[in-house]
Ligand binder design. Structure first.
Ligand code: AR6
Length: 177
């Protein structure tokens, strides 16, 4: 756990769909119409109303995010962020991934969310190298927090122990002087 100003950052091994936070972030695709991985799990748990809502949004650009309600999820909102597909790193992937975290926190702030949970965006089907993605996630969240005053708690929801260990190491690295 790391404290930055009024906000705590923590990693947990947890299914993000079970978290009763103000907002969970979805690792979506540009259609916003669902898919596999965490996206599929979120749509299954939220129910069909989420898909109906997403259909009205007209998709979302890579690096951007859009907010819906959480419907049957314990979370109030879902922030659908579209991470980049990894193509080797020369196609702006790092900037696009950072942009996902920035835009998600901006939307969380607009909705006055106090707590928000992120999955490891782009680290599954989109094949972004996990170590680099974790550094970008933690760095961008820390950098953006001053512009997201409502946010008091950020959870990095990890699906497995290996991802949890990466976040723990990065949070620890940031905590040491
Ligand atoms: N809770 C937390 N983390 C999860 C969960 C869960 N329930 N399920 C998977 N993960 P991915 P991407 C982890 O593939 O790489 C979809 O089809 C997973 O272990 O879900 O951004 C979309 O529609 C990994 O660490 O997202 C897009 O087409 C991380 O979440 C595409 O996949 C992200 O893996 C997006 O690919």
């Amino acid at each position: 756990m790391l404290t930055i100003g009024h906000c705590t950052l923590e990693a947990r091994v947890v299914d993000i769909t079970t978290l009763a936070v103000d907002a969970i972030v979805n690792a979506a695709n540009t259609s916003l119409l669902g898919g596999g991985g965490v996206d599929g799990a979120i749509h299954r748990a939220a129910g069909r109303e989420l898909l109906r809502d997403c259909e009205k949004l007209g998709g979302c650009a890579t690096g951007d995010a859009k907010l819906t309600r959480g419907y049957q999820l314990p979370a109030t909102y879902v922030i659908h962020a579209v991470g980049p597909v990894w193509h080797g790193g020369a196609r702006g992937e790092a900037d696009l991934l950072a942009s996902c975290y920035r835009r998600s926190l901006e939307l969380a702030q607009q909705a006055q969310c106090k707590d928000i949970a992120f999955p490891a965006i782009s680290c599954g089907v989109y094949r972004f190298p996990a170590d680099q993605a974790v550094r970008i996630a933690v760095h961008t969240v820390i950098e953006t927090l001053p512009h997201a005053a409502s946010v008091e708690r950020v959870v990095f929801a990890c699906f497995d122990d290996a991802m949890f260990a990466r976040y723990e190491a990065e949070l620890e690295r940031r905590a040491s002087p």
